[in-house]
Structures are given as structure tokens and as C-alpha cells.
Design a binder for this molecule. Sequence first.
Ligand code: G16
Length: 542
Amino acid sequence: MIRTVPTKPFTDQKPGTSGLRKKVPEFQQEHYAENFIQSIFDALEGFQGKTLVIGGDGRFYNREVIQKAIAIAAGNGFGKVMVGQGGILSTPAASNIIRKYKTFGGIILSASHNPGGPHEDFGIKYNAGNGGPAPEKITDAIFAKSKEINSFKIADIGTIDIDTIGTVKAGDMTVEIFDSVKDYAELMESLFDFDALKKLFKSGFRLRFDAMHAVTGPYAKEIFEHRLGAPNGTCRNFKPLPDFGGHHPDPNLVHAKHLYDEMMGADAPDFGAASDGDGDRNLIIGRGIFVTPSDSVAMLAANAKLAPGYKDGLKGIARSMPTSGAADRVAEKLGIGIYETPTGWKFFGNLLDAGMATICGEESAGTGSNHVREKDGLWAVLLWLNILAVRGESCKEIVTEHWATYGRNYYSRHDYEEVESDRANALVDELRAKLGSLPGTSVRGLKITKADDFAYHDPVDGSVSEHQGIRILFEGGSRVVLRLSGTGTSGATLRVYIERYEPDTARHDLDTQAALADLIAAADDIAGIKSHTGRDKPSVIT
Ligand code: G16
């Protein structure tokens, strides 16, 4: 039986950079999740009788919302839902399933790298039929629907067993519970030289992969240890836990410091990597060297041809605006297009669909390609491993050689977390107001050549996205970018991205913060970061 349940709108269901993210208690309010899921369906057309993919990163409240999503999908007339076993699906695996089985779209339950647990974060995002995050057109429509919703439709189907693989009927709808890992592992096998990787591990190569008790554990275990023969113990923290073991599943130098320390230690493995809550981000650390995400996308693009899936070369590279220009130099050398998009993977979708870009990357630890329409943590690790296997060099050798060829883009991101929203907005407003007066002036001896508020004109559909981050460009190719995060759940997070290009090989081994010190000071002089935020230093430096 399908029931139409009266409800009242919540006014705060605006999807951010990557879906709706809130604290669990907010999601637990009566009808909160139901309203948002119904608003997603209200914003879509033509799904009657079609298939919807449902899965999540296993965080606290995942299983409950999966049941709700199944029942509301049945109430709204979907013909079938495909649910990852146990409610588990990494974001890239979900993207793959949507594409492989040509489903209408998918609902992914995740708050990505944010912590999980009864008082931590939860999230719901919708991915369209191309497998990618819903474009702004759809997320705006979802928000509009959420403000006028007065009922949701739900089928009385009881609790579905999501742990047993197989197909069951739920009212008129079919529910298929499938192996969350198999299709994804097959996709990786089609892109990378698994024989070369097996040989690499056989030769004694040591990988350390930290799944941070998040969703990639089962995927990594299957691929590295079972299919590629890496020794048992290669994968750490591989059991997904609802609270990620009390940790913050964000693979950066703060939350994966133990991995960094191990990789810098005397008995470091050859290669270290980690992934985040929903498996789309990656952290890459070679023995004795951390690879910044911006460098990683450039280096992967420069060497991609070594992997079977990319042997014919790349069509183009796309990077988010705050990501460093390292990839631009690779694109120039390869003679292919380079595209600068706003932050958010959804902006890569059109470029990938149109065949204009093959590899995409973001400074926020996201790298991926046209194999799915999401960034993909394990994909990045496997491409690195494939390159290491073919070149027979260490990660450090590959990185230093890359810098010698292209120059080095010193790069760092300073985050000021949980700043009062009013204070953060005041900083941005004041800075915007003075952008026109900055070019031609000098700060700390650095001459500003350009200052603007980044607007993106999508070359495929002509849409325009404004206010995507403030850029201040200096003579010599240095740059400071400021923007407010779209993924936080309390207060505002100010991100300051600092970059300096250094062509001189003799100056490639400087300490990053020292190399950027004058720009960091200039950013504060220009934007009044300390006075506005009331902080004397960032909460996280990566
Ligand atoms: C999400 C998007 C990414 C984007 C990031 C930015 O990441 O999927 O494409 O780079 O947000 O976050 P912020 O707005 O906080 O800078 P994820 O991994 O959280 O889905």
C-alpha cells in the first residue's frame, strides 16, 4: 500500500557542494530525511518504472535512511532499486553502477570526509543518469521543492533485508541487493595492468593503504590483497564502522598523520595511501615524500599513457580553480585542452560527457577520470601503482623528475574552521568590494596583476556560475585564492589557497610553508584574515 503522508517544509535543505549535509540529530527529526528524498524525486521527471541505485558509506544512520529511501522510491513509482549489500557503496562505485546498468540515477548517503556517529555528520546526495553529482540546475530545483513540500509518498513494505544478495519484491517494485565490490573491481581491472601490479607485489613492493574505517576497506582488501596478491595487512582499518572508529575519515596530513609519520620513518613502505569516508578522495605519500593533490593530478596526467586504460592519450585535463597550475603545464606539453572549473566535481561532468577532458583533479584530494563521473580514491592509487610498476622508479624519483621537467608549484591550503558565519561573510564582502582597486598595487613587495571573483562559463551548456572564489594573482605566477567551503556543517570554513611557481630546480627542496611565507603574509594584509576570524593561525594546514 502506498501512503501519502502530510508534512511541513524544513527551510534549511539547501544542497551544498556535494548534497545535503547536516548533523545526525537534524536528520533524525521527524520527516527530515523523508522530505529531502521526496524533494529529490519531485525535482525529477520520467522515472516511473525505472531503476534507482541506493547505497552509502556505512556511517551512523545509513541503514535507517536506506530503508526510508527504498520505501519512498517504491511510493513514487520506481520500478526497481539496486542496493549495495549492507547498504554499502562507495561514491565512485555507485557512479559506476549507475553508468554500467544505465539506471535513472542514484541516491548516495554520505557526508564524505566529515566525521560520523550519533552527533556527527550525515548527508544525502543525488547522482544523475550519467553517474555524476546532480548539476546545479537539479540541486536548485530540489531546494525549491523542499521549501514547498506538503506530503511525501511512501510504500508500506516493511524492513527489507539489505544484507543478503538477491532480489525481492517490495510492493510493485523490485529490490536487488548486489555485491558492492565486484563491478568496481572489474572496472579497475579493465583500466590497469593487473599482471604488472601482481609482479610488483611479488617482487616485495610494500604498499600501506589506510581505509580509515570507512567505505573503501572492502574494495581495497579485494583489489590489493585478493586480486593483486599484496600481503595480508597491506590494508589497515579496513572494516567500515558507523563512527569511523571515532576518527575523522579525511585523508589529509592532520587526520592521517600516522600514515605520514610511517612514510617518513626509517622502515617506511614503498608507497602509502588513504581514502576518505565515501571513497572518492585520496592521499598519496611516497617513501619520504608527500605528493600534494594538485601535483598528483599533474603527475598522473603526464604518465597516464603507461596504464592500458589511457594508452591512447588524454583528450584534456580539467582542474578546479583553486587547484594549482601544475596540470596546466602538463596539458601544454601534451598539446591538449586544460579547463578551469569551480570547486565541486559536478562541474567536470559536462566536460567528461562531451569528451573534452579525460583526467580531472582537485586540490581537495580528488582525482578521477572519464571511467566514472565522480572522483575516485582507489583509482588514483592504482594509477600511481601502475606508473610505479612500469617506470620501475620510486615515487620520490618520479616527483622530483616531474618538477625538474615542468617546474614546481609550491602549494598549501590554510583552513579556518568553524568561524562564525557573519564574520566569514564580512571578510568575503569586504574583499569583494575592494577587488577593483587591487591590480597594480604591491603588497610585501609582491605586485598584484589581477584580482577577481571567479565566474565559470560552462563551454558545453553555456551556463554561468558566479562567485566561485576570489583570486588574487601576482607577478611571476603566484596566486592566493580565498573561498568559503560548501561542505561544512557548523559555522563557516574559510579556505585560503596559496601557490607559487618555482622553475629553478636548485630551489625545489624548500620547506613549503617557508617558500610561501611572503604570500601568506600578503593574503592576511589584503583580506584581514586574522582580524576578521579572530584566529591567529589556521585550524588545518595541508
Ligand atoms: C566535495 C566535492 C568536491 C569538492 C569539495 C570541496 O567533496 O565533491 O568536488 O572539491 O567538496 O569542498 P569545500 O567546498 O569544503 O572546499 P566531498 O569529498 O566532500 O564530496
